[in-house]
Design a protein around this ligand. Structure first.
Ligand code: XBP
Ligand code: MG
Length: 255
């Protein structure tokens, strides 16, 4: 039986990457007098590496090895990332990044049905708080029984660690939950923890491989803003809890 919905954050709850994280990274680079600048296209390629600190290190390995040759490079990355987080939280507080269509409705449907909600993300915990508080209000932090985020696990997505951490904290089996993702790395992570996964794509993840996902949509949608089904089946024009239950039951039948 379906007991919990576990959501990724970046790209799934909101389109945070292009106009949020990317902008914050560039502001941090500028403030630190670094010549690095990540345009929209280059950032799309860099998203192959999850985690901001890991992404900066990867970029330096490719394009600025002299940066990494500095004795304190590790600490500089940590400081740059802390600065980036401050800029990102500030951007969210300006209310410029809304939730994706259907997200708030779906969360409320799940709450009304007394399903457990949880988060499994690579992003820094402050970023999750800033997104939730600035879109749903501070009280909405309590809607989530577990928020698994950032460096709390040893390996970030595509490793399964963060979903396994959340399942353990919820004391639920993978069969009792369903994951919501937007990217190939996220899907690999959820599926590594044996979770059925529903995908909503975005501009950066349209061409990702989602072959094992139970449903791939362009968005959850609303009655007046329908979703497009990319793979899988959905009988309604938008994703609702009844559709999620039906999809989950087909994938994980109750014995
Ligand atoms: C999200 C990420 C994150 C953000 C940046 O991946 O990769 O790294 O881009 O977050 P997912 P931090 O949606 O698959 O969890 O800079 O806080 O690491
Ligand atoms: Mg994501």
């Amino acid at each position: 039986m379906l007991k919990a919905l576990i959501f990724d954050v970046d790209g799934t709850l909101a389109d945070t990457e292009k106009d949020g994280h990317r902008v914050a990274f560039n502001l941090a680079f500028k403030a630190a007098n670094l010549s690095w600048h990540w345009n929209e296209r280059c950032y799309g390629d860099l998203l192959a590496v999850t985690g901001g600190k890991e992404r900066m290190r990867f970029y330096a390995e490719q394009y600025d090895p002299a940066f990494l040759a500095q004795k304190n490079a590790h600490q500089i990355i940590i400081d740059l990332h802390a600065r980036k987080t401050r800029y990102y939280v500030e951007l969210l507080s300006q209310g410029k990044i809304p939730l994706r269509p259907g997200v708030e409705r779906l969360l409320n449907e799940a709450r009304a049905a007394k399903l457990t909600l949880a988060i499994a993300t690579t992003t820094t915990p402050e970023n999750v708080t800033a997104l939730i508080e600035n879109t749903l209000g501070a009280a909405a932090m309590n809607w989530f029984q577990c928020i698994g985020a950032g460096d709390i696990v040893p390996e970030k997505k595509p490793a399964a660690d963060i979903y396994e951490y959340v399942l353990k904290r919820l004391n639920l089996s993978a069969k009792e939950c369903i994951a919501f993702e937007d990217s190939e790395n996220g899907t690999l992570s959820a599926q590594g923890a044996n979770l059925a996964t529903i995908i909503t794509t975005n501009d950066y993840t349209l061409d990702h491989n989602f072959k094992d996902a139970v449903l791939v949509l362009n968005q959850y949608g609303e009655a007046n803003n329908p979703a497009t089904v990319i793979t899988g089946k959905m009988t309604k024009p938008y994703l609702d809890l009844a559709s999620i239950r039906a999809i989950h039951e087909a994938k994980c039948p109750a014995i």
